[in-house]
Design a protein around this ligand. Sequence first.
Ligand code: IDP
Ligand code: MG
Length: 136
Amino acid sequence: MNNIEQTLSIIKPDAVERNLDNEIKEMFRNNGFSIVKEKKIQIEKSEAENFYKVHETKPFYNDLCAYLSSGPIVTMVLEKENAVLANRKLMGATNPKDAEEGTIRKKYGISIDKNSIHGSDSVENAKIEIDFFFKD
Ligand code: IDP
Ligand code: MG
């Protein structure tokens, strides 16, 4: 059965700063994702705080929001069969140290905070996150 989904991906500042965006986009395409929307932007800290609101109570929340707004990011809508889960697999574990071989975080992640990539964690959150960046 076809289950084409869309998910939101963000190439985080550490990766954009190292000019890894084209390589990472190529990894998505090589894994069967279509990049249906894309933009390179820098967001305000207040926008990052909204985006990461689910983590509001976490001790790393402030640093996380400061970091996401610290430099340019590339935000993308990815499309593929079961895209949400497939993207989480391709990203790898949150901490690059735990990420499997062949994943984006294993290949490019520096640390748990500079882990190069964001991906929606559910179909429901994917819709919310896509709207956050691409509602027009
Ligand atoms: P995810 O990005 O794999 O979905 P989440 O738990 O949703 O991971 O956390 C969001 C982001 O917050 C992570 O990508 C990571 O950059 C950061 N983060 C998560 N846990 C920690 C931590 O324990 N210390 C510092 N940063 C963290
Ligand atoms: Mg998450």
